[in-house]
Design a protein around this ligand. Structure first.
Ligand code: ADP
Length: 446
């Protein structure tokens, strides 16, 4: 097992990882930007190193600074967390070059999954169902028009190296496609450094359903059920749950087996989430997130498995001790993302937290890094807390969640709390009758 892990992240996820390390008896190193020196994980860690000024580019994305901190403190592993450098194959490669373990998949697998076209082709060749679309990169408008004509409108253009919901353009007809083609290419170049884009059928009413897996270095791959994350704003998740209301055991088992076989085939090691759009009983592959995800906690609540501890154990070379038949999903869990943002426009609302009270009680889990008088900085992700609720049925879970959100006090900044309370009372949300566009269609009324 590792002796000392450097946590190359911030916020709630840094605390989450720190807790897992402590439980495993591993010493911890926190790294932080100048403004983040008073974050809780910095206080809780055994050692801490300031890695640069406030901008992410100069701190949490600063590879040489993070590697220096690891060398200086003698860390034998780096956990990249989520976002920042967690999917950066160059970083994973550099970490290995310094004889430090990267808690994540191999640089090769990171590159494969980071290029969405390569990932889609690979997954398709392994029997995973994909959305109809272009063969690969689409270079000229004539090819785009031809493909769109074959598969039918609407279509979506996506950046091959895209992420974070950015760089996607939907077109309903050839004229829109002509316009969007140029825009998508240039936006992709500006945001992701490559103008490689591809085209696929735009599904108008799908759900977002993702599959969580854990793989060790010995060919063992476990399937930890699914999460439904259809409630989104700006293509980013706001509320996640497990299980999904629309899957039965047979469908769950089928998609789980397909994914497990594919990942065994490529010899993947680490945790991963395979994201699908789900439409009319069918799954369509979207992308692989070859890392821990923010919403992993939902799966932890229904399976009872500590995904972060398992991830660290696998990276240190341990064999998975759990068997597929031991994994039983129990009850229902929902995560509510509490973001420091306006609940109508979703514009970030940084500022000082004047008053704070977290809910508690049976089945309520709060993952957060904030405290009274903490100032939410404007430089990073707006997530300030995750309220994860677990109960025996979905209905009970929603009732319990309403009470928990009602108890939650975060004064001084705007948050998504009130929006979540409204969502819980909506008939469609209660019945599971929603798709990825539900929130955008209903936000004005809410
Ligand atoms: P990113 O990596 O930027 O998050 P994804 O490929 O995961 O990009 O897509 C993000 C979101 O965009 C999805 O959750 C979904 O809401 C929407 N989306 C992506 N592809 C399609 C598609 N073919 N049809 C409909 N919606 C899509």
């Amino acid at each position: 097992m590792f002796k000392k892990v450097l946590i190359a992240n911030r916020g709630e996820i840094a605390i989450r990882i720190l807790r897992a390390c402590k439980e495993l008896g591993i010493r911890t190193v926190a790294v932080h930007s100048e403004i983040d020196s008073s974050l809780m994980h910095v206080k809780f860690a055994d050692e801490s190193v300031c890695i640069g000024p406030n901008s992410s580019a100069k701190s949490y994305l600063n590879i040489s600074s993070i590697l220096s901190a690891a060398e200086l403190t003698g860390a034998d592993a780096i956990h990249p967390g989520v976002g920042f450098l967690s999917e950066n194959s160059h970083f994973a490669h550099m970490v290995a070059e310094h004889n430090i373990a990267f808690i994540g998949p191999s640089p090769q697998h990171l590159s494969m999954m980071g290029d969405k076209i390569v990932a889609k082709k690979t997954m398709q060749s392994l029997g995973i169902p994909v959305v109809n679309g272009s063969e690969g990169v689409i270079n000229d408008i004539d090819a785009a028009l031809k493909t769109a004509n074959n598969i039918g409108y609407p279509v979506i253009l996506k950046a091959s190296l895209g992420g974070g919901g950015k760089g996607m353009k939907v077109s309903n007809n050839p004229d829109e496609l002509r316009l969007n083609f140029k825009l998508a290419k240039s936006e992709s170049k500006v945001n992701f450094g490559s103008d490689a884009i591809y085209l696929e059928k735009y599904l108008t009413n799908p759900k977002h359903i993702e599959i969580q897996i854990i793989c060790d270095n010995y060919g063992n791959v476990l399937f930890l059920g699914e999460r439904e994350c259809s409630i989104q704003r700006n293509n980013q998740k706001l509320m996640e749950e497990s299980p999904s209301t629309v899957l039965n055991d047979e469908q769950r088992c089928n998609i789980g087996n397909i994914v497990v076989n594919a990942f065994k085939n490529i010899g993947y090691s680490g945790v991963a989430t395979i994201e699908f759009l789900y439409d009319n009983g069918q799954f369509f592959f979207m992308e692989v997130n070859p890392r821990l995800q923010v919403e992993h906690s939902v799966t932890e609540q229904v399976t009872g498995i500590d995904i972060v501890k398992e991830q660290i154990k696998i990276a240190s070379g341990e064999k998975l001790s759990i068997k597929q038949e031991d994994i039983k999903m129990k009850g229902h869990a929902i995560e509510f993302r509490i973001n420091a943002e306006d609940s109508k426009t979703f514009a970030p609302c940084p500022g000082k937290i004047e008053e704070l009270y977290f809910p508690g009680g049976n089945g309520i889990r709060v993952d957060s890094h904030i405290y009274r008088n903490y100032i939410v900085p404007p430089y990073y992700d707006s997530l300030v807390a995750k309220i994860i609720v677990h109960a025996s049925t979905r209905n009970e879970c929603l009732n319990k969640a309403f009470c928990a959100l009602d108890e939650l006090v975060i004064d001084g900044i705007n948050t998504t709390t009130e929006l979540h309370k409204k969502l819980i009372q909506e008939k469609d949300i209660r019945s599971g009758n929603f798709d990825i566009h539900w929130l955008e269609h209903n936000i004005a009324r809410l």
